[in-house]
Design a protein around this ligand. Structure first.
Ligand code: AHM
Ligand code: MG
Length: 355
C-alpha cells in the first residue's frame, strides 16, 4: 500500500488547472485558511452560484414563459425594468439569505438597502451589485453581465442609512463581474491581481482560465455610444473627431458595459460614458458599476477616471450616485484626459460639491 506521507500525486498541468475552482483560488490568493479568508471564499462561491442561476435562465430565456420583456415598472433610476432584471435581483437576494455572510445588499434594482439581519452576527459584509448590466441586450440574445463589489461594514448602521457605504472605492475588498456570453466568465479581484474563470457546464463549476490579467498599455478599441455626440461637452466631441481622423482605432460598442469592458481588459483600449444633457453625470452608477470595474482596471495596470479624478477616489453622496466613466488602458485613458485638460485651460472645472 502507498504511504500517504510519500505519495506523489500524478497531477499534470492539465488536471491542476482544471481543478482550480474559484473558492480554492481565493484561499490561495489570501494564503490563509483563517475565518476571514473562509468568509471571502464562501462569499465568492455564493456570487458564482448566483451567476450560474442567472446564466441558466438566460440560456433558456426564449423557451420559458415570462423570462423576456418588460415588467411595466420603472426602477429608482426611472428606467423601465425588465423581467430578467427582477429575476436576477431576486436570485442574488435569495442566494445570500441565511448565508451567514452578507448583512446588507445594495442593488441597482432596489431603491433602499436590503437588510438581512439573520446574517449580521457573523457576516459583516455588504454586497453591492447590478444584477443585469446591459439589460437592453437581453431580449435580442446578446451578451449581458452582472457586476459586484464587496465592502466590509463599518459600524452598526443602526439608523439604517448605510452612510458607511458612501466612501471611496478603495474601501472595496473585492470586485468583479460575470459575463454571460458564448461562455459564462467570472472575473474578480480581491486586491491581488485580476483573474478570470470560465464556467464549465459539464462540471457546473467556474474553472480558472487566466490569472493576473494585465490590460495592454494601449489598444485599438474605443467604446462609446456615439449617438450621444450631440449631448456631450466639447472635450469628448474633440476626442471623437480625433479618433475619426486617425488610423489605428476600431469603434466597438455593444450596449453592455461588462462585455465592452471585458474586451478592453483583454485587448486594450478605452470605454467611456461621459455626461449627457439627459444625464449630466453620465448614466453609470458608481457603487455597483463604475467603482467595481475601476478596481479591476487599476488591479490590471489600467486606469479609470471620471474626467476630474480617479473613479476610486470619488466619494458619493448617495447610494445610486452616477459618475462619468473613462476606463481602460493607461495610454488610451490619458488620450481622452488630454482633451479634457485642453478645454480646462479655457474653462475652470465645476467644483464637485456643485456637480
Ligand atoms: P443597465 O444596467 O440599466 O443596463 O445600464 C447600464 C448600461 C451599460 O451596460 C451600457 O454601457 C450602457 O448602459 C448603455 O447605455 P446606452 O444605451 O445609453 O448606450
Ligand atoms: Mg448596469
Amino acid at each position: 500500500m502507498t504511504n500517504a506521507q510519500t505519495y506523489q500525486p500524478t497531477v499534470d498541468g492539465a488536471i491542476g488547472r482544471d481543478s482550480m475552482t474559484l473558492s480554492q483560488h481565493v484561499l490561495q490568493q489570501l494564503q490563509s485558511f483563517g475565518p476571514d479568508a473562509q468568509d471571502l471564499s464562501a462569499l465568492m462561491n455564493r456570487i458564482a452560484f448566483a451567476g450560474k442561476l442567472v446564466a441558466r435562465r438566460l440560456t433558456r430565456a426564449g423557451l420559458v414563459e415570462d423570462a423576456l420583456g418588460f415588467t411595466g415598472r420603472t426602477n429608482v433610476q426611472g428606467e423601465s425594468v425588465k423581467k430578467m432584471d427582477v429575476y436576477a435581483n431576486d436570485v442574488f437576494v435569495s442566494v445570500f439569505q441565511q448565508s451567514g455572510l452578507v448583512c446588507r445588499l445594495v442593488s441597482e434594482e432596489m431603491e433602499d438597502i436590503y437588510y438581512m439581519p439573520e446574517n449580521c452576527p457573523i457576516g459583516r459584509y455588504t454586497l453591492l451589485y447590478d444584477p443585469i448590466d446591459g439589460s437592453s441586450n437581453v431580449d435580442i440574445n446578446l451578451n449581458v453581465g452582472s457586476i459586484f463589489a464587496v465592502r466590509r461594514q463599518i459600524g452598526d448602521d443602526l439608523d439604517q442609512t448605510g452612510s458607511d457605504l458612501l466612501t471611496h472605492g478603495r474601501d472595496q475588498i473585492a470586485a468583479g463581474y460575470i459575463l454571460y456570453g458564448p461562455s459564462t466568465v467570472l472575473v474578480y479581484s480581491i486586491g491581488k491581481g485580476v483573474h478570470a474563470f470560465t464556467l464549465d457546464p459539464s462540471l457546473g463549476e467556474f474553472i480558472l482560465a487566466s490569472e493576473n490579467i494585465q490590460i495592454p498599455q494601449h489598444g485599438s478599441n474605443y467604446s462609446v455610444n456615439e449617438g450621444n455626440f450631440w449631448q456631450w461637452d466639447d472635450p469628448y466631441r474633440d476626442y471623437i473627431r480625433y479618433m475619426h481622423r486617425h488610423e489605428g482605432y476600431s469603434g466597438r460598442y455593444s450596449g453592455a458595459l461588462v462585455g465592452d469592458f471585458h474586451r478592453i481588459l483583454m485587448q486594450g483600449g478605452v470605454f467611456l460614458y461621459p455626461g449627457t444633457i439627459k444625464n449630466p453625470q453620465g448614466k453609470l452608477r458608481l457603487l455597483y458599476e463604475s467603482a467595481p470595474l475601476a478596481f479591476l482596471a487599476e488591479q490590471a495596470g489600467g486606469k479609470a477616471t471620471t474626467g476630474e479624478q480617479a473613479v476610486l477616489d470619488f466619494v458619493p453622496n448617495e447610494l445610486h450616485k452616477r459618475t462619468p466613466l473613462i476606463i481602460g488602458s493607461q495610454e488610451d485613458v490619458q488620450l481622452v484626459e488630454s482633451f479634457i485638460q485642453e478645454r480646462k485651460i479655457e474653462r475652470p472645472p465645476v467644483p464637485s460639491s456643485v456637480a
